[in-house]
Design a protein around this ligand. Sequence first.
Ligand code: HSE
Length: 352
Amino acid sequence: MVKIAVLGYGVVGSGVAELCDNNAGLDKKAGDKVEVKYILDLRDFENDKYADKIIKDFSLIENDPEISVVAEAIGGCGAAYEFTKKCLAAGKSVVTSNKELVAEKGTELLKLAEENGVSYLFEASVGGGIPIIRPLLSCLSADRIDKIVGILNGTTNYILTKMKNEGISFADALKNAQALGYAERDPSADVEGKDSCRKICILASLAFGKRVPPETVFVKGITEISVADIDAAAAKGYAIKLLGYAERTGEEVSIFVCPCAVSLSSPIASIDDVFNGISVWGSAVGEVTFCGRGAGKLPTASAVCADIASVINGTAQEQPATWKDCGGDFVRKFNINEYKCLEGTSVPIIIE
Ligand code: HSE
């Protein structure tokens, strides 16, 4: 039996607890039964199924030698950062869905993990349940990655899909997405593109080997997109998607987040609802597209638990994520004039 701790009992944390308890593959892949011993959360959950595991004192986890893996699902760069550092320093591997923390502090946390002979894994931080980090690290390791274009936020893809298919307002579609547990606690991170920015920064840092600081990236969200824009794009054979874009351009990297027009014939155009889609161009493989549920309780828990399994069965140590931190000078400034825009709009056409 391997005992783990979960930090944060929100959508993702509760999904991890549920999946550890009732899974069709985790124990087998881990090679041992995985049991949640502690769930850390400051709130009270009196009648909850796991009420007996919920604690408020982090030091119980930090000082418990029985805990070798911790799933961080608090989010943000506050308590999550402090607890992650303490866990790694105490020789415990940490797995997470926290894209903000990985994008902001990933370099330091990966180094700390290495120094302590443990792992810091974040498959769930990009694309929810879609395998994308490990494919970049291992399956595509023979390729030079030249470009990544992705729908990286489930909430905004859900909103744009509802606006397109049902003509409902942006505000109503956002309320639905929040009710389904897709949106961030502060949904402005979704609709203003910050969440997509963190995710494309993580992917670009892995693909190009240099940390892309989120503050160097041009970011525009979907708040100005109307049903009329979506209909006009469709009439011309395009879908409007919020894309994260990263391309190797010589020594530089062109990277941005922006609502974009993509040809209806491209694989990404038909990826709707909460689904995310990520196309990667490798020097040998050509274009490959990954698609799946980009947000939600069990899809995200699926990726977190796969990381737990890989820590326990030892495969996590084989190809650890890594990138250099050398500032952001290699990030090229976004210039919309380099792109043709949909007639009468400022929506660039990214896939013809
Ligand atoms: N709010 C995020 C999304 C959750 O909608 O994609 C998953 O990172």
